[in-house]
Ligand binder design. Structure first.
Ligand code: MG
Ligand code: MG
Length: 269
């Protein structure tokens, strides 16, 4: 059971506290994502916000990453580095954010539209977000790692999208990336069995076209091989009484953007 990294109820509450700081940070950024803003400006806002909430940016310095946010526009999959290029109407931007407080991490992500976006790109965002909840539904008693991966893969591939293989979700706690790895693909009934006290980050990275990616020479940026768009949504979830319980929330984002949804309801305490 060691590699499941089971958490006590108290530890889960500390992870929730860190996760909610990330949720609020993303909610604050939701209003700032506009044509003309640079990702470095977003990064500065996020760092100040996180520190003002008594936490430390979770990514800054982690594996020597240089910033608070991973910002990945359009064909970038994940791990993009903030820069001075302004966002433009029709872009999408995946923002992944971490916070460390009381020695525990929160870590989640959302892909934002910049102004009006093409219908087919909007569909990619909707399907990727919905696949995250399909994965979360499968994070329950008697299921295994492969059941979550299968749920996400099956859902996204039914729309003809590519499911990235090289990058995966993970356990979460005192370490940002703990065992077990949580792939977004898999076979039902395979892999480690879930147990109460597990805390994971589930994070589908879904490409409109090919699942294949390429790594860039800055050592961080990852893009789709065919340069078509990619989306990324991530939540932090604990298993409590055999059921998935969301520790993070998109409620602050939804409030900022005027989105009404009940998608998180079944995963609330
Ligand atoms: Mg993340
Ligand atoms: Mg993560």
């Amino acid at each position: 059971m060691k590699t499941l990294n089971l958490k006590t109820a108290e530890e889960i509450e500390l992870i929730r506290e860190s996760a909610l700081i990330v949720s609020k940070t993303l909610g604050m950024l939701a209003k700032e994502v506009q044509p003309g803003v640079t990702t470095l400006q977003l990064d500065n806002l996020a760092e100040t916000f996180i520190r003002d909430h008594g936490a430390i940016p979770g990514f800054l310095g982690l594996y020597d990453f240089p910033n608070t946010l991973c910002v990945s526009p359009n064909e970038q999959v994940v791990h993009g580095i903030p820069n001075n290029t302004p966002l433009k109407e029709g872009d999408i931007i995946s923002i992944d954010c971490g916070a460390l407080k009381n020695d525990f991490y929160g870590d989640h992500a959302y892909t934002f539209p910049v102004g009006e976006i093409a219908t087919e790109i909007q569909k990619l965002l909707e399907v990727t977000k919905a696949s995250l909840y399909e994965g979360i539904k499968a994070f329950k008693k008697n299921n295994r790692v492969g059941d979550v991966g299968y749920a996400i893969q099956n859902y996204c591939e039914s729309y003809g999208y590519g499911v990235v293989r090289e990058l995966v979700g993970h356990g979460l706690g005192r370490v940002m990336h703990e065992e077990p790895e949580m792939p977004n693909y898999g076979k039902r009934g395979r892999g480690k069995k879930f147990a109460d006290g597990m805390v994971v980050a589930i994070e589908p990275m879904i490409n409109m076209g090919t699942q294949r990616i390429k790594h860039h020479s800055d050592g961080w940026t990852i893009t789709t091989r065919d340069n078509r768009p990619s989306a990324h949504f991530e939540h932090n979830i604990a298993m409590v009484d055999g059921k998935p319980e969301l520790l993070s929330t998109f409620a602050y984002i939804n409030e900022a953007l005027g989105i009404e949804t009940e998608e998180e309801l079944e995963f609330k305490r």
